[in-house]
Design a protein around this ligand. Structure first.
Ligand SMILES: [Zn+2]
Length: 405
């Protein structure tokens, strides 16, 4: 096993989740009796370059292509707002015109790219998942494949170089990382910009959000190892900002070395990372200890509620819910069902724990006593809505501290 960035072998395992199915592998009713595939899941810290990564790569074909990929961007309102703001910002800051070409890697159903359309900017999506069928249906040009050097060469030949390449919530998922960054470097114009958004290690540690750990998330980035990665391919980070998406992410702007002046945000964030201990393994040992305590506390709370004869449902079935259920060993004996708005998931069951996913309507009709907010990052937005729609029970928010409101 080697580090994804520096290729060194000095990896320190600080947290082991045991074997777990891919967290997006929701099951149909007729799959329930069939054996499920489990894969090891553990977190490692590279003592050479400070990258945090998982140790076992599940074949990306298995995660993104061999089954219906149930996540579509357009079902997530806060993602839509984030993408719209990002595109508007890019157009303004880099003065994009109809002469420019923008690529989105991990383009999913084409939501992000659609915001370029009013400006007449040429667009192209690259994504291997079945969510691309929604993009193609609305005429957003899309290459259905994994981005890397080879696809970059094809795109270069057919469309030319790009002014902007975005990769939101995908840059930490790619297994062929060096091929990916080389592809980006090959495709960028001299003043081209690569913008990535990924879960930020600092937020993960600060919020104890270990439910973000699953097979699709191969790496949890901080700026220092990322800068090292970009430098290898003649790129550098010239700006970075923390954004609230997915429990705390980092938006990183990279370009050819010297193409843009370095914003002071880069140095400031690296100083914050040092101060926070992101380059020391002790930080991660403490994180694992705290996560263990949190898991016990959460499970005990739910068990006590159940013993008192009360009903518990889950709200929302994001991928991260499955890591939390797995880690705390919570199954359908404790949680009756998980309620969803998205038609793509209703009728399915959670992998491993086999909790049925039903329509959100049940929350208002049956008024269960407690509802767990699995999308806890959206709790402030969702709870008032659910109350207004008529739910009178209590909410359990699992992170950063277990809380009932
Ligand atoms: Zn490394």
């Amino acid at each position: 096993m080697k580090c994804f960035i520096c290729q060194g072998g000095n990896l320190f395992k600080f947290m082991d989740f045991g074997d777990q199915p891919p967290t997006d592998a929701f099951l149909r009713k007729d799959d329930l009796e069939k054996p499920e595939a489990f894969y090891p899941l553990a977190l490692y810290f590279c003592e050479n370059c400070s990258l945090v990564q998982i140790g076992h790569i599940v074949s990306p074909m298995l995660i993104f292509q061999d089954r219906d990929y149930v996540y579509t961007t357009s079902t997530n309102n806060s993602s839509k707002i984030n993408f719209k703001n990002l595109v508007e910002k890019l157009v303004e800051r880099f003065k994009l015109t109809s002469e420019d070409f923008a690529i989105d890697v991990g383009s999913n159903d084409g939501t992000l790219l659609s915001y370029y359309l009013p400006y007449g900017i040429k667009i192209l999506g690259v994504d291997p998942s079945s969510a691309t069928k929604f993009a193609i249906a609305r005429n957003i040009p899309t290459v259905v494949d994994f981005f890397g050097e080879k696809i970059a060469a094809d795109v270069l030949k057919k469309y030319g170089k790009a002014k902007v390449i975005t990769a939101t919530n995908v840059f930490a998922h790619v297994s062929e990382l060096h091929s990916f960054v080389r592809g980006v470097a090959d495709l960028l114009q001299d003043d081209g910009v690569f913008v990535s958004e990924s879960g930020y290690l600092l937020d993960l540690i600060e919020r104890l959000g270990y439910d973000a750990v699953y097979h699709e998330h191969l790496r949890f980035y901080s700026l220092k190892p990322l800068e090292r990665l970009f430098n290898k391919f003649g790129l550098e980070i010239f700006d970075a900002e923390r954004i609230p998406t997915h429990n705390g992410s980092i938006r990183v702007y990279a370009a050819k070395i010297g193409a843009y002046p370095k914003n002071k945000s880069v140095e400031e964030l690296m100083a914050l990372e040092t101060k926070f201990g992101l380059y020391k393994k002790e930080t991660f040992i403490h994180f694992a200890e705290d996560a263990k305590k949190h898991g016990v506390e959460f499970k005990t709370l739910l068990t006590d509620i159940k013993k008192a004869g009360k009903t518990i449902v889950g709200i929302g079935a994001p991928a991260k819910a499955n890591t939390l259920l797995h880690f705390c060993k919570i199954d359908s004996k404790i949680i009756d069902c998980i309620l969803e708005k998205s038609d793509l998931k209703i009728g399915l069951f959670t992998p491993e724990t086999h909790i049925p996913i039903l329509s959100e309507e049940i929350l208002f009709k049956e008024q269960p006593d407690y509802a767990i907010m699995f999308s806890w990052n959206l709790a402030d937005e969702l709870i008032p809505k659910l109350k207004n729609s008529g739910y009178n029970g209590k909410f359990i928010i699992p992170f950063p501290k277990v809380k009932i409101i």
